[in-house]
Design a protein. Structure first.
Length: 80
C-alpha cells in the first residue's frame, strides 16, 4: 500500500489524516522487527489521536500477496 502515490492520496483533505507504518518484509518474525519498532513509535507519539489500528491479517492483499508472521498481530495487539 502506497499512502503517497496510491489510492489514499485521492482522499487527502476529505478524510481524517491516516498514519502509516511500513509492512513487514517477509513471513518470518524477524522480518517484522522494523515494522514493530515503527508501530510502537507511532502509537507512542500519537496515542492521544489514534482511535484504531487497521491491518490486513496475515496476508496483505492490497499491495500484493504479502504474507507476514501471526506474531506481528499478537505484538500489535499488545501495543494497543
Amino acid at each position: 500500500c502506497d499512502p503517497t502515490n496510491g489510492m489514499h492520496s485521492m482522499f487527502a483533505g476529505i478524510l481524517a489524516q491516516q498514519l502509516f507504518v511500513p509492512s513487514p518484509t517477509g513471513p518470518h518474525p524477524n522480518d517484522a522487527v522494523e515494522t514493530l519498532h515503527q508501530m510502537e513509535r507511532t502509537l507512542r507519539l500519537h496515542h492521544h489521536e489514534v482511535a484504531a489500528v487497521i491491518m490486513e491479517p496475515i496476508v496483505q492483499g492490497a499491495g500484493g500477496m504479502k504474507f507476514y508472521s501471526p506474531s506481528v498481530l499478537k505484538r500489535v495487539r499488545e501495543l494497543c
